[in-house]
Design a protein around this ligand. Sequence first.
Ligand SMILES: [Zn+2]
Length: 339
Amino acid sequence: MNNRYSRQELFPPIGKIGQEKISAKHVLIIGAGALGSAIAEALVRAGVGQLTIVDRDYVEWSNLQRQQLYTEDDAEKRQPKVIAAKKSLTEINSSVAIEAVIADASGVELEEWAKCVDLIMDATDNFETRMMINDVSQKYGVPWIYGACVGSYGISYTIIPEKTPCLSCLLATVPLGGLTCDTAGIISPAVNMVVSYQISEALKILVDDLDSLRNKLVSFDLWKNQFSAIKVDKLKKEDCPSCGKKRSFPYLSFENQTKTAVLCGRDSVQIRPSLPITRDLEALEIVLQNQGGTVQRNPYLLSFNVNPHRIVIFKDGRVLIHGTKDIPEAKALNHRYLG
Ligand SMILES: [Zn+2]
């Protein structure tokens, strides 16, 4: 065998035994944007055994400034992020079993994935999904690592079920930046800093070195030269709906999962079908071509330009309407072209 992990094995807290543990673990990454790309690359290089990576979006030119796994060719082809990510990751380390899932992580799916993974990495861009991750983490006893960034600011926190307060416990008392939608822009060092915190904690969890975990909520602003680490261990709430005595996992209830939403920091609305469907993109291409406008299709999605909007339809029935933040307008366009 080659010596690809020799430097990691020479690091005493990991060693050969730690490396064996890492290679036996399965990690779930929710999101394949800036955080997700960097997390996936780090874990694949570190030799994790199995990786499941989930994302609902495709590569755009505005992603290339910081989403390190993607190329101009991916943006040109509007390649789904997880498909492009799997290709890059496999070239980096072909021994890792990588599952790429094009989907908007719903509570039902998260519960299925949570049953078979050792760790969940948060690389999402929205509050709803983070709170669902928090609930499944508590329900199935799987640790998860929160990470978010915006501008030059970043934040991270590690949640170990039955040990630390969960994200829901912290909501009322701690300012959790990055939980809300923001269009302030972002610089890549903020991404890489958050990922460095997330991956360091991930490696400790994967080698079962829980005593070395940070146990603090860390946040920083690289442009303003600010850093803080808040001790939060006293903030665990007895009546927390996610980790308290009477748990109801409110974010997993079907009613709490929005079907139509304005996407974070983007002039776009996503419409999710209420029941699972599979769209025949080839047939749809012909229908849309007859309506005028330009149609572009790859095996995973179809993009339809009707100025000033662009409508992107995924195989799983999801529709993204670009060029609007107005939900009724988006629904009307969806109805007009897709019935
Ligand atoms: Zn809690």
